[in-house]
Structures are given as C-alpha cells and as structure tokens.
Design a protein around this ligand. Sequence first.
Ligand code: CA
Length: 346
Amino acid sequence: MAKLEIERSRIVNPIDFDKNGRQAGYLRAPLSRNTAGWGIVEIPIVCVKNGTGPTVLLTGGVHGDEYEGPIAISRLARSLDPARVQGRVIMIPALNVPAVLANTRLSPIDNRDMNRCFPGDPRGTFSEMLAHFLDGCVLPYADLSVDLHTAGHSCDSAPSTNMHYVAAPDVRARTMAAAQAFGAPFNVVFWGVDEGATFTSCVERRGIISLGTELGGWGRVSIDGVRVGRRGIDNILKHMRIIEGAPDTSQPDGAKATRHMMVRDPSCYSFAPAAGHFEPTNTAGETVRAGDPAGWLHFVEDVDRDPIEVRYESDGVLWMCAGPGRVARGDVVGVVMNDYAEPATG
Ligand code: CA
C-alpha cells in the first residue's frame, strides 16, 4: 500500500480501517466560522471489514446535487452485515457534505467543484482539504473505487457506469470487467474533458480500478437510477468476492449484460451557442443521428425572434441531455455515445 498522508491531513478520522467488524462514525473536517472558530464539519463514513480480502471504496455526494449514489450507498451502509463480508467495504455516501446539504454542485464554502480539486491540498481550501484526505488517507486502501455520480442539475443521463480509456490493456480489461459486473444498461469509455484534477484521474494514478456512474440528473431522484445503483454496488461486491453470489446484469430490455459504449470524438458534444431557454428534442438513452435537431434555443424575452436550432454532430445514443430550462452560452446540451470499439492506439 502507498504511504498514507495522515500526518499532513487536517481531517480527523475515527475509523480504524484495519479493525474487523462494522464501524460507523464521522470524519471531522475543521471549519472556522462566525459561530465557532474551532468548528467542524461532520462527514459520515462506514467501514465493514471481515478477515482478509479486497477493499472496495464507495463514494457519493462529491457533487451535492446528485442523489441516487448517496441513497444507494447509505442503504448498503446501514444494512451490510460483517458476517457476510470477506474483505473490506469503505462507504462515504455524502463526502462533500456542505454541498450535499446545500443541494449544489459547487461547495458553498469555497465555491469549488470538488471533482476539479484533486489531488487536493491539506492546507488549501475546504474542498482541496477534503480531496487530499480522500486521495491520501482513504484511497490507498482500495483495490477498486466506485464514485457514484449523476449529471446533477444541468443534464439528465442514461443510467451508466463510466471509465476513462486506460492505456494499460490489463487495467483497461479489469475495469471493463468491473463495469460489466456493475451491470448498468450502458458502460461508457471516454477520453475525458478537463480531467487532470478529477477523482478518477487520482484513482488511476495510484493503479487502482476506477469506475464512475451517471445515474440520472435534472435535480431529481431517478427511480431507475437508484435501482441500477443499488444493484450495481451489490454486484461489484459479488464480483470482487467480498460477498457471495453472482452479479445480476440482466437488463429491462432483455439484454443479458451492459452495453459498452464510448465517447471519443469532440463531435459527440453539442454546446449551446448562446444563452437562452433550451427545448430538448430527445431524452437520454434514445438513438439520434448527426444533423438531427438536439433542440432549440428560445429567446422568450424577445418578440418575433426565431429560435436557434442546435444539431447533433454524431450518430449514436444520447448519453446526456440538457433540460434545466435556462442554459448559458457554452453549456453542454447533449452528449452522444457510440458502441465501443477498441482503438488502434490510445
Ligand atoms: Ca457529477
């Protein structure tokens, strides 16, 4: 295991990750504020360990306006019996708890996107301090990390796992096998956008298997997303042989397994060319074609101004689509995915 960063972290952890049994408590992150110079922010954490075996790390609430992951993880965290476990499961359902309680993507404390703060800084802003703790004090224990996300308020997503295109063939194969076991309708391999400071990049730098999810969005709880997420994390524990049983990867459409997809080309992304009210054409998961309208930007504040048609630039299946109403110029309004094909080079 990599050297831990515990001495440098300002966060106090009550959990002994080497101890057998179930431990539940709160990480204590210092936050000086008007009501308390020595105040703390409490972050729930549950560790269930029994004997030797692999470690799975489950995180939710990195973005505060994404609900399915925190719900799925906290259900597991309340119910997972150590007697059923061979190995270790570390569960942090609401990591960025200030953003979770504020129902926002960005932290209300420092206005940062925590998933752009990695590998973090123990002396940095609140989000950077949290990122450093996760990377330096928890992640080194893990063999596999599942960080559960949705598309937040800005988009809806087809229920899916996702992973970077990892250059090392063996790591890529193990990651795709884990995604297959999770058993979401889709697994999306992508060549990231602005990725260096994300949690996924940190996990990969440490040589640990990294899976993300997109289980919904639009600022609501997707019933299907919770179902896929709950079954998926159970499936992952089975895949890692931490609990007994075979993963159930059957799909509502009768398919036996997840459909591996990819988002590689910049033409997969459609952006709003102006600020306006966006009227989408499709819902996530639908098949779309290049040249078809992704939607229309309306200028309802103007009389007689025609809407702008925004088009798809790629054939495929809609992974994410906008729908918060108001969009800013440059916001993503659609992401199209295609069936996965192993590229000739990374
Ligand atoms: Ca997210």
